[in-house]
Design a protein around this ligand. Sequence first.
Ligand code: EPZ
Length: 438
Amino acid sequence: MASVLTIRGGVPLTGKVSVRGAKNLVPKAMVASLLGNEPSVLRNVPEIKDVDVVTSLLRLHGVNVGKDPVTGDLTLDPSHVKTAQMKDIDAHAGDSRIPILFCGPLIHSIGEAFIPDLGGCRIGDRPIDFHLDVLRQFGAVVDKHPGGISISAPKGLKGAKLSLPYPSVGATEQVLLTAVRAEGITELSGAAIEPEIMDLIAVLQKMGAIISVQTDRVIRIEGVEQLGGFNHRALPDRNEAASWASAALVTGGDIYVEGARQADLTAFLNTFRKIGGAFDIDDDGIRFRHTGGKLSPLVLETDVHPGFMTDWQQPLVVALTQASGVSIVHETVYENRFGFTQALIRMGASIQVHRECLGSIPCRFGQRNFLHSAVISGPTQLRGTDIDIPDLRGGFSHLIAALAATGTSRVTGLELINRGYERFQSKLESLGADFDIA
Ligand code: EPZ
């Protein structure tokens, strides 16, 4: 029986939470271990569902994954990589998008890979055309069939001059995880440069890879025949940090986020200040607080790094429902990331979503039939309601809306939050939230 979280709103969240390794890096570093000829150690690993999914996929392929019971550190031993049964891999279909990143490493180690139908948050169509294009340019043979995609490289994988039409994080990771052991040089232009990408490059360099990040989104990789293992501490989860910061703003609270790093959050901190929040930075974390004054409306556009990150958008939109005036949010990374506003509107928020590009950043979704801009008028009082969580970040935004609302909310679909927020219930408890779970 799915758990139901019953939240009695109106309590400002105050106290301290810690964020550990990034959900958008840790699973990829785990996959990178497949490329080595000796064990790797990954530290600062959060207890989230995506880590469990990749752990079982790696074990299916013969990787020995050990977990330190105290620290949670992972030891990943790729000495006996083997082919896995399609039906077993398929059993993991729908859980995550990570399986697509197994391609390069598996082809380098066992000459073939099978990709089941992919999952991930329903925030857009989320095609994998860039991934398949770059793999073909490395010399891979892509065979689509009803159960998924089989990929092989009878002539091996060779370095190539590649260019991405859009700085996709996943496709850039695909190139990195394939090029490091491909024959010759790979030059990727139009690359993603998110902090998680830089941390993956750090992992691969520790293994023996030769990767240089040049100006203007160009990454150059010199393929090597062999890679060793890594011992790496994953960068902190900036998306979780930004989510708790929005929670402080929405509930009128004061939260110290241990592990949050200013360098990963520059665009977020600017926006947080503009809306009227206050933050204090020290060497171990960042304190986020509502000053007690009115929140200011603003015009916000999501973008690839170093712009305002799309995963920060949904929790911050809840704060904008409490700002005094009209805010505009233009979502330029995903074409369908405003579904979560329906529940907020039911709670009393004033939000209209539009197909037009309401902003200055030219967007792939303009003139196409996507509701990717929102106009938010505030402040409006939020009232408790029943909510079924639609996706990871939308789900967190619903939690903080319920915590700020008058009355009681019943929230279901919590497993979606477990995918990316470690121990969120005990963190809510430690911040004084009034809820129970049944
Ligand atoms: C990663 O997704 C993150 N997920 C996402 O976080 C994040 O929102 C996204 O990067 C952008 O920063 C993980 O790291 C597991 P993309 P990814 O490839 O790699 C289009 C969260 O909440 N595209 O950069 O899947 C795509 O449709 C999640 O933590 C193609 O068209 O994102 C999207 O519009 C949500 N063809 C845009 O590019 C392709 O082949 C960005 O996608 C690939 C992508």
